[in-house]
Ligand binder design. Structure first.
Ligand code: NMX
Ligand code: MLT
Length: 436
Protein backbone atom coordinates (compact mmCIF):
# COMPACT_ATOMS: atom_id res chain seq x y z
CA UNK A 1 0.00 0.00 0.00
CA UNK A 2 1.21 3.54 -0.73
CA UNK A 3 2.93 4.93 2.39
CA UNK A 4 0.84 8.12 2.40
CA UNK A 5 -2.34 6.08 2.26
CA UNK A 6 -1.21 3.87 5.12
CA UNK A 7 -0.33 6.92 7.25
CA UNK A 8 -3.65 8.68 6.61
CA UNK A 9 -5.59 5.49 7.20
CA UNK A 10 -3.85 5.07 10.57
CA UNK A 11 -4.97 8.53 11.70
CA UNK A 12 -8.49 8.51 10.33
CA UNK A 13 -10.45 6.83 13.15
CA UNK A 14 -9.06 9.32 15.68
CA UNK A 15 -9.66 12.35 13.44
CA UNK A 16 -13.19 11.29 12.59
CA UNK A 17 -14.01 10.76 16.26
CA UNK A 18 -12.45 14.12 17.19
CA UNK A 19 -14.66 15.97 14.71
CA UNK A 20 -17.76 13.92 15.61
CA UNK A 21 -17.22 14.65 19.32
CA UNK A 22 -16.78 18.38 18.73
CA UNK A 23 -19.95 18.52 16.66
CA UNK A 24 -21.93 16.35 19.05
CA UNK A 25 -20.90 18.16 22.22
CA UNK A 26 -20.25 21.72 21.05
CA UNK A 27 -21.90 22.04 17.67
CA UNK A 28 -23.96 25.08 18.70
CA UNK A 29 -21.05 27.15 20.13
CA UNK A 30 -20.71 30.44 18.17
CA UNK A 31 -17.29 31.15 16.63
CA UNK A 32 -18.16 34.64 15.37
CA UNK A 33 -20.77 36.95 13.97
CA UNK A 34 -21.08 38.51 10.57
CA UNK A 35 -21.66 42.19 9.84
CA UNK A 36 -23.20 43.83 6.79
CA UNK A 37 -19.75 45.29 6.00
CA UNK A 38 -18.33 41.76 5.88
CA UNK A 39 -21.13 40.49 3.66
CA UNK A 40 -20.48 43.28 1.16
CA UNK A 41 -16.73 43.25 1.80
CA UNK A 42 -15.61 39.90 0.46
CA UNK A 43 -16.32 38.03 3.72
CA UNK A 44 -13.06 39.30 5.16
CA UNK A 45 -12.23 37.58 8.46
CA UNK A 46 -15.46 35.55 8.54
CA UNK A 47 -14.38 32.34 10.27
CA UNK A 48 -16.22 29.71 8.27
CA UNK A 49 -13.67 27.24 6.92
CA UNK A 50 -11.58 24.58 8.58
CA UNK A 51 -8.20 23.13 7.64
CA UNK A 52 -5.43 21.59 9.70
CA UNK A 53 -2.84 21.81 6.96
CA UNK A 54 -1.87 25.47 7.27
CA UNK A 55 -2.78 28.61 9.18
CA UNK A 56 -2.02 32.28 8.41
CA UNK A 57 -1.42 34.39 11.49
CA UNK A 58 -1.82 38.08 10.50
CA UNK A 59 1.27 39.09 12.46
CA UNK A 60 3.46 36.12 11.73
CA UNK A 61 2.46 34.64 8.38
CA UNK A 62 1.91 31.08 7.29
CA UNK A 63 2.64 27.93 9.28
CA UNK A 64 2.47 24.58 7.55
CA UNK A 65 1.18 22.00 10.05
CA UNK A 66 2.40 24.27 12.83
CA UNK A 67 5.86 24.91 11.36
CA UNK A 68 7.01 28.38 10.25
CA UNK A 69 8.64 28.82 6.83
CA UNK A 70 12.19 28.89 8.28
CA UNK A 71 11.42 25.75 10.32
CA UNK A 72 10.03 23.91 7.29
CA UNK A 73 13.03 24.95 5.20
CA UNK A 74 15.52 23.77 7.78
CA UNK A 75 13.76 20.57 8.93
CA UNK A 76 12.48 18.92 5.74
CA UNK A 77 14.90 16.44 4.12
CA UNK A 78 16.94 17.72 1.18
CA UNK A 79 18.60 16.15 -1.84
CA UNK A 80 22.30 15.63 -1.07
CA UNK A 81 24.36 18.78 -1.59
CA UNK A 82 21.34 21.07 -1.92
CA UNK A 83 19.88 23.64 0.46
CA UNK A 84 16.20 23.38 -0.40
CA UNK A 85 13.96 20.44 0.51
CA UNK A 86 12.32 17.68 -1.46
CA UNK A 87 8.76 18.71 -2.36
CA UNK A 88 7.78 15.08 -1.75
CA UNK A 89 8.67 15.73 1.90
CA UNK A 90 6.46 18.81 1.97
CA UNK A 91 3.52 16.83 0.58
CA UNK A 92 4.11 14.19 3.25
CA UNK A 93 4.02 16.95 5.89
CA UNK A 94 0.76 18.30 4.45
CA UNK A 95 -0.98 14.94 4.39
CA UNK A 96 0.48 13.21 7.44
CA UNK A 97 1.19 16.19 9.68
CA UNK A 98 4.75 15.31 10.74
CA UNK A 99 8.19 16.04 9.31
CA UNK A 100 9.19 13.01 7.23
CA UNK A 101 12.46 11.12 7.25
CA UNK A 102 14.49 11.13 4.01
CA UNK A 103 13.04 7.69 3.20
CA UNK A 104 9.47 8.92 3.68
CA UNK A 105 10.09 12.00 1.53
CA UNK A 106 11.67 9.81 -1.15
CA UNK A 107 8.73 7.43 -1.01
CA UNK A 108 6.45 10.27 -2.17
CA UNK A 109 8.99 11.38 -4.80
CA UNK A 110 9.17 7.79 -6.11
CA UNK A 111 5.39 7.51 -6.27
CA UNK A 112 5.38 10.64 -8.44
CA UNK A 113 8.06 9.16 -10.69
CA UNK A 114 5.93 6.05 -11.24
CA UNK A 115 2.87 8.14 -12.10
CA UNK A 116 4.58 10.89 -14.13
CA UNK A 117 3.84 9.85 -17.73
CA UNK A 118 1.70 12.51 -19.35
CA UNK A 119 -0.82 11.10 -21.88
CA UNK A 120 -0.26 12.32 -25.42
CA UNK A 121 -3.82 13.71 -25.61
CA UNK A 122 -2.84 16.37 -23.06
CA UNK A 123 -0.03 17.65 -25.29
CA UNK A 124 -2.30 17.45 -28.35
CA UNK A 125 -4.89 19.59 -26.56
CA UNK A 126 -2.30 22.21 -25.64
CA UNK A 127 -0.90 22.24 -29.17
CA UNK A 128 -4.39 22.73 -30.61
CA UNK A 129 -4.82 26.06 -28.79
CA UNK A 130 -4.09 29.42 -30.46
CA UNK A 131 -0.44 30.48 -30.20
CA UNK A 132 -1.37 33.58 -28.22
CA UNK A 133 -3.40 31.75 -25.55
CA UNK A 134 -2.22 32.70 -22.06
CA UNK A 135 -0.04 30.00 -20.43
CA UNK A 136 -2.52 29.85 -17.51
CA UNK A 137 -5.28 28.98 -19.98
CA UNK A 138 -3.14 26.17 -21.37
CA UNK A 139 -2.19 24.91 -17.92
CA UNK A 140 -5.74 24.97 -16.58
CA UNK A 141 -6.96 23.24 -19.70
CA UNK A 142 -4.29 20.54 -19.40
CA UNK A 143 -5.36 19.79 -15.81
CA UNK A 144 -9.00 19.63 -16.87
CA UNK A 145 -8.16 17.41 -19.83
CA UNK A 146 -6.69 14.82 -17.45
CA UNK A 147 -10.14 14.48 -15.87
CA UNK A 148 -10.76 11.73 -18.40
CA UNK A 149 -8.63 9.47 -16.18
CA UNK A 150 -10.19 10.43 -12.84
CA UNK A 151 -10.46 7.41 -10.56
CA UNK A 152 -12.82 9.13 -8.13
CA UNK A 153 -15.53 9.74 -10.73
CA UNK A 154 -15.22 6.20 -12.04
CA UNK A 155 -15.34 4.54 -8.61
CA UNK A 156 -18.15 6.81 -7.40
CA UNK A 157 -20.32 5.62 -10.25
CA UNK A 158 -19.40 2.04 -9.41
CA UNK A 159 -20.88 2.54 -5.93
CA UNK A 160 -17.90 3.50 -3.76
CA UNK A 161 -18.76 3.80 -0.03
CA UNK A 162 -18.58 7.29 1.51
CA UNK A 163 -15.91 6.28 4.04
CA UNK A 164 -13.61 5.41 1.15
CA UNK A 165 -14.13 8.57 -0.95
CA UNK A 166 -10.74 9.93 0.11
CA UNK A 167 -8.84 6.95 -1.33
CA UNK A 168 -9.37 7.66 -5.06
CA UNK A 169 -9.05 11.39 -4.20
CA UNK A 170 -5.54 10.65 -2.93
CA UNK A 171 -4.74 8.47 -5.95
CA UNK A 172 -6.00 11.14 -8.36
CA UNK A 173 -4.07 13.86 -6.51
CA UNK A 174 -0.84 11.85 -6.68
CA UNK A 175 -1.42 11.11 -10.37
CA UNK A 176 -2.08 14.77 -11.12
CA UNK A 177 0.84 16.20 -9.13
CA UNK A 178 3.23 13.68 -10.72
CA UNK A 179 2.49 15.12 -14.17
CA UNK A 180 2.61 18.84 -13.37
CA UNK A 181 6.34 19.54 -13.89
CA UNK A 182 6.27 17.99 -17.36
CA UNK A 183 3.03 19.75 -18.36
CA UNK A 184 4.21 23.16 -17.14
CA UNK A 185 7.66 22.93 -18.72
CA UNK A 186 6.08 21.64 -21.95
CA UNK A 187 3.92 24.79 -22.10
CA UNK A 188 7.00 26.94 -21.52
CA UNK A 189 9.17 25.27 -24.14
CA UNK A 190 6.33 25.07 -26.69
CA UNK A 191 5.46 28.73 -26.35
CA UNK A 192 8.84 30.35 -25.88
CA UNK A 193 11.59 27.93 -26.91
CA UNK A 194 10.69 26.91 -30.42
CA UNK A 195 8.87 23.78 -29.24
CA UNK A 196 12.21 22.25 -28.25
CA UNK A 197 10.92 19.93 -25.53
CA UNK A 198 13.42 18.55 -23.00
CA UNK A 199 12.66 15.00 -21.84
CA UNK A 200 12.23 14.29 -18.16
CA UNK A 201 15.25 12.97 -16.17
CA UNK A 202 14.14 10.08 -13.94
CA UNK A 203 17.16 10.57 -11.68
CA UNK A 204 15.97 13.97 -10.51
CA UNK A 205 13.51 14.88 -7.79
CA UNK A 206 10.12 16.37 -8.75
CA UNK A 207 11.18 20.04 -8.50
CA UNK A 208 14.71 19.46 -9.81
CA UNK A 209 13.23 17.71 -12.83
CA UNK A 210 11.01 20.74 -13.51
CA UNK A 211 14.13 22.96 -13.50
CA UNK A 212 15.86 20.53 -15.87
CA UNK A 213 12.90 20.36 -18.30
CA UNK A 214 12.68 24.16 -18.33
CA UNK A 215 16.16 24.09 -19.86
CA UNK A 216 17.88 26.21 -17.20
CA UNK A 217 21.50 25.09 -17.03
CA UNK A 218 22.51 26.82 -13.77
CA UNK A 219 22.22 24.08 -11.07
CA UNK A 220 21.06 26.70 -8.54
CA UNK A 221 17.77 26.94 -10.43
CA UNK A 222 16.89 23.48 -9.10
CA UNK A 223 17.06 24.82 -5.56
CA UNK A 224 15.09 27.92 -6.50
CA UNK A 225 12.40 25.66 -7.97
CA UNK A 226 12.25 23.66 -4.72
CA UNK A 227 11.98 26.91 -2.75
CA UNK A 228 9.37 28.37 -5.08
CA UNK A 229 7.14 25.29 -5.03
CA UNK A 230 7.38 25.05 -1.27
CA UNK A 231 6.51 28.69 -0.63
CA UNK A 232 3.51 28.96 -2.95
CA UNK A 233 1.89 25.65 -2.01
CA UNK A 234 -0.65 26.52 0.66
CA UNK A 235 -2.04 29.60 2.43
CA UNK A 236 -4.89 28.26 4.53
CA UNK A 237 -8.35 27.84 3.01
CA UNK A 238 -9.87 31.27 2.35
CA UNK A 239 -7.72 32.47 -0.56
CA UNK A 240 -9.42 32.34 -3.96
CA UNK A 241 -7.66 29.29 -5.41
CA UNK A 242 -8.01 27.18 -2.25
CA UNK A 243 -11.55 28.21 -1.54
CA UNK A 244 -12.67 27.69 -5.14
CA UNK A 245 -11.14 24.23 -5.21
CA UNK A 246 -12.79 23.33 -1.93
CA UNK A 247 -16.17 24.64 -3.08
CA UNK A 248 -16.07 22.76 -6.37
CA UNK A 249 -14.80 19.55 -4.75
CA UNK A 250 -17.57 19.79 -2.13
CA UNK A 251 -20.05 18.78 -4.82
CA UNK A 252 -17.99 15.56 -5.12
CA UNK A 253 -16.29 16.74 -8.27
CA UNK A 254 -12.93 15.04 -8.66
CA UNK A 255 -9.62 16.84 -8.16
CA UNK A 256 -9.16 17.55 -11.88
CA UNK A 257 -12.39 19.55 -12.06
CA UNK A 258 -11.80 21.18 -8.71
CA UNK A 259 -8.13 22.10 -9.20
CA UNK A 260 -8.71 23.51 -12.68
CA UNK A 261 -11.45 25.73 -11.20
CA UNK A 262 -9.02 26.85 -8.49
CA UNK A 263 -6.42 27.65 -11.14
CA UNK A 264 -8.92 29.88 -12.95
CA UNK A 265 -9.15 31.89 -9.72
CA UNK A 266 -5.38 31.96 -9.36
CA UNK A 267 -5.20 33.55 -12.82
CA UNK A 268 -6.73 36.81 -11.55
CA UNK A 269 -4.45 39.87 -11.10
CA UNK A 270 -5.45 40.34 -7.46
CA UNK A 271 -4.38 36.74 -6.72
CA UNK A 272 -1.69 34.64 -8.44
CA UNK A 273 -1.35 36.75 -11.57
CA UNK A 274 0.10 39.49 -9.34
CA UNK A 275 3.55 37.88 -9.81
CA UNK A 276 3.37 38.63 -13.54
CA UNK A 277 2.05 42.14 -12.82
CA UNK A 278 4.95 42.79 -10.43
CA UNK A 279 7.56 42.00 -13.01
CA UNK A 280 5.76 44.18 -15.55
CA UNK A 281 5.74 46.98 -12.95
CA UNK A 282 9.47 46.61 -12.27
CA UNK A 283 10.32 46.59 -15.97
CA UNK A 284 8.16 49.66 -16.39
CA UNK A 285 10.08 51.41 -13.60
CA UNK A 286 13.33 50.55 -15.33
CA UNK A 287 12.11 51.74 -18.71
CA UNK A 288 10.51 54.98 -17.53
CA UNK A 289 13.03 55.95 -14.84
CA UNK A 290 16.15 54.68 -16.64
CA UNK A 291 19.30 55.52 -14.69
CA UNK A 292 17.18 56.95 -11.86
CA UNK A 293 15.46 53.61 -11.15
CA UNK A 294 17.68 53.09 -8.13
CA UNK A 295 16.90 56.47 -6.60
CA UNK A 296 14.30 56.28 -3.89
CA UNK A 297 12.73 59.60 -4.91
CA UNK A 298 12.14 58.33 -8.47
CA UNK A 299 10.69 55.06 -7.17
CA UNK A 300 8.43 56.96 -4.78
CA UNK A 301 7.14 59.12 -7.61
CA UNK A 302 6.55 56.05 -9.77
CA UNK A 303 4.58 54.36 -6.98
CA UNK A 304 2.47 57.47 -6.47
CA UNK A 305 1.81 57.73 -10.22
CA UNK A 306 0.53 54.15 -10.17
CA UNK A 307 -1.84 54.92 -7.31
CA UNK A 308 -3.01 58.16 -8.93
CA UNK A 309 -3.96 56.22 -12.06
CA UNK A 310 -6.25 54.19 -9.76
CA UNK A 311 -4.13 51.06 -10.03
CA UNK A 312 -2.83 48.81 -7.26
CA UNK A 313 0.88 48.33 -6.63
CA UNK A 314 1.22 44.62 -7.38
CA UNK A 315 2.88 42.43 -4.78
CA UNK A 316 1.92 44.68 -1.88
CA UNK A 317 -0.97 44.32 0.53
CA UNK A 318 -2.84 41.29 1.77
CA UNK A 319 -6.31 40.31 2.90
CA UNK A 320 -5.06 38.61 6.08
CA UNK A 321 -1.40 39.48 6.65
CA UNK A 322 -0.42 42.64 8.50
CA UNK A 323 3.35 42.30 8.18
CA UNK A 324 5.95 41.35 5.58
CA UNK A 325 5.03 37.96 4.18
CA UNK A 326 7.61 35.38 5.38
CA UNK A 327 7.38 33.87 1.90
CA UNK A 328 8.69 37.21 0.57
CA UNK A 329 11.49 37.20 3.14
CA UNK A 330 12.60 33.67 2.21
CA UNK A 331 12.89 34.68 -1.45
CA UNK A 332 14.64 37.95 -0.59
CA UNK A 333 17.22 36.02 1.41
CA UNK A 334 17.79 33.60 -1.46
CA UNK A 335 18.47 36.49 -3.86
CA UNK A 336 20.68 38.33 -1.36
CA UNK A 337 22.74 35.20 -0.84
CA UNK A 338 23.27 34.24 -4.47
CA UNK A 339 22.89 37.32 -6.69
CA UNK A 340 22.61 40.52 -4.63
CA UNK A 341 23.78 42.67 -7.55
CA UNK A 342 21.34 41.37 -10.14
CA UNK A 343 19.67 44.42 -11.67
CA UNK A 344 16.00 43.46 -11.34
CA UNK A 345 16.51 41.77 -7.97
CA UNK A 346 18.13 44.96 -6.63
CA UNK A 347 15.24 46.99 -7.94
CA UNK A 348 12.66 44.65 -6.36
CA UNK A 349 14.44 44.85 -2.99
CA UNK A 350 14.67 48.64 -3.22
CA UNK A 351 10.93 48.87 -3.84
CA UNK A 352 10.57 47.31 -0.38
CA UNK A 353 12.22 50.42 1.09
CA UNK A 354 9.79 52.76 -0.65
CA UNK A 355 6.34 51.29 -1.31
CA UNK A 356 5.18 50.52 2.27
CA UNK A 357 5.61 54.22 3.18
CA UNK A 358 3.74 55.33 0.06
CA UNK A 359 0.85 52.97 0.79
CA UNK A 360 0.75 54.13 4.42
CA UNK A 361 0.67 57.77 3.30
CA UNK A 362 -2.16 56.99 0.91
CA UNK A 363 -3.95 55.39 3.85
CA UNK A 364 -6.13 52.88 2.02
CA UNK A 365 -4.37 49.52 2.11
CA UNK A 366 -4.70 47.80 5.48
CA UNK A 367 -1.43 45.99 4.87
CA UNK A 368 1.32 48.04 3.19
CA UNK A 369 3.86 45.20 3.24
CA UNK A 370 5.06 42.93 0.40
CA UNK A 371 3.39 39.58 -0.21
CA UNK A 372 4.76 36.43 -1.87
CA UNK A 373 4.44 37.89 -5.38
CA UNK A 374 6.54 41.02 -4.88
CA UNK A 375 9.85 39.35 -5.60
CA UNK A 376 9.24 35.89 -7.07
CA UNK A 377 9.39 37.16 -10.67
CA UNK A 378 12.70 38.94 -10.07
CA UNK A 379 14.27 35.61 -9.06
CA UNK A 380 12.92 33.86 -12.15
CA UNK A 381 14.15 36.75 -14.31
CA UNK A 382 17.66 36.27 -12.96
CA UNK A 383 17.70 32.69 -14.28
CA UNK A 384 16.51 33.79 -17.72
CA UNK A 385 12.79 33.06 -17.34
CA UNK A 386 11.83 36.45 -18.70
CA UNK A 387 8.46 35.46 -20.14
CA UNK A 388 6.53 36.83 -17.19
CA UNK A 389 3.14 35.55 -18.33
CA UNK A 390 4.46 32.09 -17.44
CA UNK A 391 5.01 32.95 -13.75
CA UNK A 392 1.49 32.16 -12.57
CA UNK A 393 1.77 28.65 -14.06
CA UNK A 394 4.58 27.96 -11.59
CA UNK A 395 2.40 29.31 -8.79
CA UNK A 396 -0.32 26.94 -10.03
CA UNK A 397 1.96 23.89 -10.05
CA UNK A 398 2.80 24.64 -6.45
CA UNK A 399 -0.73 25.54 -5.30
CA UNK A 400 -2.06 22.16 -6.45
CA UNK A 401 0.03 20.60 -3.65
CA UNK A 402 -1.93 22.46 -0.99
CA UNK A 403 -5.38 22.36 -2.51
CA UNK A 404 -5.18 18.64 -3.28
CA UNK A 405 -3.93 17.77 0.22
CA UNK A 406 -6.88 19.73 1.60
CA UNK A 407 -9.25 17.99 -0.79
CA UNK A 408 -8.07 14.56 0.39
CA UNK A 409 -8.65 15.46 4.04
CA UNK A 410 -11.97 17.19 3.34
CA UNK A 411 -13.18 13.98 1.76
CA UNK A 412 -11.68 11.80 4.49
CA UNK A 413 -13.59 13.79 7.09
CA UNK A 414 -16.77 13.75 5.01
CA UNK A 415 -17.09 17.52 4.65
CA UNK A 416 -20.46 18.29 3.03
CA UNK A 417 -21.43 20.25 -0.05
CA UNK A 418 -20.80 23.97 0.58
CA UNK A 419 -23.88 26.12 0.34
CA UNK A 420 -23.98 29.41 2.27
CA UNK A 421 -27.14 31.50 2.32
CA UNK A 422 -27.65 34.73 0.38
CA UNK A 423 -30.04 37.58 1.20
CA UNK A 424 -31.40 40.47 -0.80
CA UNK A 425 -30.43 44.12 -0.19
CA UNK A 426 -33.97 44.78 1.01
CA UNK A 427 -33.62 42.04 3.60
CA UNK A 428 -30.31 43.47 4.80
CA UNK A 429 -31.89 46.95 5.02
CA UNK A 430 -34.74 45.49 7.04
CA UNK A 431 -32.33 43.75 9.42
CA UNK A 432 -30.17 46.88 9.69
CA UNK A 433 -32.88 49.42 10.36
CA UNK A 434 -34.89 47.12 12.60
CA UNK A 435 -31.90 46.51 14.88
CA UNK A 436 -30.63 50.13 14.80
N1 NMX B 1 -1.91 49.09 -4.01
C1 NMX B 1 -2.89 50.01 -4.02
N2 NMX B 1 -4.02 49.94 -3.30
C2 NMX B 1 -4.14 48.87 -2.50
C3 NMX B 1 -3.14 47.88 -2.39
C4 NMX B 1 -2.01 48.01 -3.22
N3 NMX B 1 -1.04 47.10 -3.23
N4 NMX B 1 -3.58 46.95 -1.52
C5 NMX B 1 -4.79 47.34 -1.09
N5 NMX B 1 -5.13 48.50 -1.70
C6 NMX B 1 -6.40 49.22 -1.59
C7 NMX B 1 -7.53 48.31 -2.07
O1 NMX B 1 -7.60 48.29 -3.48
C8 NMX B 1 -8.72 48.94 -1.39
O2 NMX B 1 -9.08 50.09 -2.14
P1 NMX B 1 -10.63 50.49 -2.34
O3 NMX B 1 -11.13 50.78 -0.95
O4 NMX B 1 -10.56 51.68 -3.22
O5 NMX B 1 -11.32 49.32 -2.96
C9 NMX B 1 -8.15 49.40 -0.06
O6 NMX B 1 -6.72 49.50 -0.25
C10 NMX B 1 -8.42 48.44 1.07
O7 NMX B 1 -7.97 47.15 0.69
P2 NMX B 1 -7.46 46.09 1.80
O8 NMX B 1 -8.62 45.83 2.71
O9 NMX B 1 -6.20 46.53 2.41
O10 NMX B 1 -7.11 44.83 0.90
P3 NMX B 1 -8.06 43.64 0.40
O11 NMX B 1 -8.13 42.63 1.48
O12 NMX B 1 -9.34 44.15 -0.14
O13 NMX B 1 -7.22 43.08 -0.85
C11 NMX B 1 -5.25 42.42 -2.00
C12 NMX B 1 -6.02 42.35 -0.68
C13 NMX B 1 -4.06 41.46 -1.94
C14 NMX B 1 -6.17 41.98 -3.15
C15 NMX B 1 -4.77 43.88 -2.21
O14 NMX B 1 -3.87 44.24 -1.20
C16 NMX B 1 -4.15 44.10 -3.58
O15 NMX B 1 -4.87 44.36 -4.54
N6 NMX B 1 -2.77 44.00 -3.69
C17 NMX B 1 -2.12 44.10 -4.96
C18 NMX B 1 -2.29 42.84 -5.77
C19 NMX B 1 -1.51 41.69 -5.16
O16 NMX B 1 -0.35 41.81 -4.82
N7 NMX B 1 -2.15 40.52 -5.09
C20 NMX B 1 -1.47 39.30 -4.65
C21 NMX B 1 -1.89 38.80 -3.28
C22 NMX B 1 -1.14 37.56 -2.95
N8 NMX B 1 -1.48 36.45 -3.84
O17 NMX B 1 -0.63 35.85 -4.41
O18 NMX B 1 -2.64 36.11 -4.01
C1 MLT C 1 -2.14 33.14 -1.35
O1 MLT C 1 -1.01 32.61 -1.26
O2 MLT C 1 -3.15 32.48 -1.64
C2 MLT C 1 -2.24 34.62 -1.22
O3 MLT C 1 -1.31 35.13 -0.32
C3 MLT C 1 -3.64 35.13 -1.04
C4 MLT C 1 -4.31 34.91 0.28
O4 MLT C 1 -3.87 34.18 1.14
O5 MLT C 1 -5.36 35.55 0.45
Amino acid sequence: MMLLKEKIEGQLPEWRERVRKLLREKGDVKVGEISIAQIYGGMRDVKSLVTDISYVDPAEGIRFRGYTIPEVLSQLPKPMGNEMPYIGGLYYLFLVGTIPTVEQALDVENEWKKRGKVPEYVFDTIRAMPADAHPMTLFTLAVLTLQRDALFSKQYHEGLKKDSYWEPMLEDSMNLIAKLPEIASFIYRLKYKNSEIIPSDPNLDWAGNFAHMMGIIDPLYKDLSRLYFLLHSDHESGNVSAHTTHLVASSLSDIYYAASAGLCGLAGPLHGLANQECLIWLLDVREKCGECSYEKSALRQFAWDTLKRGQVIPGYGHAVLRKTDPRYTAQLEFGKKYFPNDEIFRLASLVYDVVPDVLREQGKAKDPWPNVDAISGALQYHFGIKEFDFYTVMFGVSRILGISANAVWARALGQPIERPKSLTTTMLEEIAYKTA
